[in-house]
Design a protein around this ligand. Structure first.
Ligand SMILES: C[S@@+](CC[C@H](N)C(=O)[O-])C[C@H]1O[C@@H](n2cnc3c(N)ncnc32)[C@H](O)[C@@H]1O
Length: 272
């Protein structure tokens, strides 16, 4: 059976992924203000991370292990990184071989919408940051799977691309037919593969249907991706200014009237 396009492209570009070299995008999706997106995403991962370092963690669609490395550096050792792309998992393995820290990180090739390799009720913290739930094109199934493998009482944190933010980017690229399609079907083609973009209300519905109570809804970021990249680069080069800008974000990123236009949408839920 041929590989899905998304798997093929992540396999192909896995080696350059950590340095930001990825497939050329079809329109300017660069306005994500990544350093702010990462800082906000991490803020909410650590806010809900259980204190016991012996817990078992799942990083689903974990790619080359960016978040898992940060957790290992905090002392969390037992982590499963699952991903559809063997190329991304190979890069994750290399990252942990180089790390020089004892750990018990596992690498499993698995589709987030059908994680048959993983047992039910077997993880104490479950997350999937940056898009795997969108990229699998079956967000309802993916949320059910993430909930299934979580033990009762566990936090489940997902982040993915928002739907309405893309509209202006696509209009600028002259993709008006595709804007109409996105608004009808939730699908956009940022690269050569489709992605299922969601509003926070739509994602919340999938959470609830999967048996997860929504605890917090976050935009990552809600303002900084709207600032011209060249201006933001100069501002964030000054650590004091960056700290003030991050505080502005953290003070406002859970305002749901801003979240649907955010760079990324992050949602925290708990399995009851
Ligand atoms: C944008 S990358 C994010 C990687 C990592 N979570 C991070 O934040 O650095 C999206 C990842 O989702 C993976 N992916 C795409 N479709 C998937 C699926 N159906 N199941 C599991 N992983 C998938 C890709 O291979 C890729 O590693």
């Amino acid at each position: 059976m041929p590989k899905p396009k998304v798997e093929e492209i992540f396999d192909k570009y896995a080696k350059g992924y950590s340095s930001g070299r990825f497939a050329p995008s079809r329109f300017d999706t660069a306005r994500v203000a990544f350093s702010f997106a990462d800082a906000i995403t991490w803020h909410f991962i650590t806010k809900y991370l259980p204190k016991r370092a012996s817990i078992r963690i799942l990083d689903a669609g974990g790619g080359d292990g960016f978040w898992a490395q940060k957790l290992v550096e905090l002392g969390y050792k037992t982590i499963v990184i699952s991903d559809l792309s063997q190329g991304m998992l190979d890069e994750a393995e290399k990252r942990f071989q180089k790390l020089g820290v004892a750990h018990n990180v596992g690498f499993i090739k698995s589709d987030i919408a059908d994680m048959k390799e993983l047992d039910s009720d077997s993880f104490d913290f479950v997350f999937s940051q940056y898009d795997a739930v969108s990229l699998c094109l079956k967000p309802a199934k993916a949320m059910k799977e993430l909930a299934r493998v979580a033990k009762p009482g566990t936090y489940v944190i997902v982040s993915l691309d928002t739907k309405f933010r893309r509209v202006s980017e696509m209009v600028e690229a002259g993709l008006i037919d595709e804007v109409e399609e996105l608004l009808k079907t939730n699908i956009s083609y940022d690269y050569e593969f489709p992605s299922y973009n969601l509003t926070w209300e739509e994602l919340a519905e999938y959470y609830e249907k999967a048996g997860l109570t929504v605890i917090e809804v976050v935009g990552a970021p809600v303002f900084m991706h709207q600032v011209k990249e060249s201006i933001l680069a100069k501002l964030e080069a000054n650590p004091q200014i960056r700290e003030r800008l991050l505080k502005i974000e953290l003070d406002h990123c859970t305002n749901t009237s801003l979240v649907n236009f955010a760079g990324h949408l992050q949602m925290i839920g708990r399995k009851e």
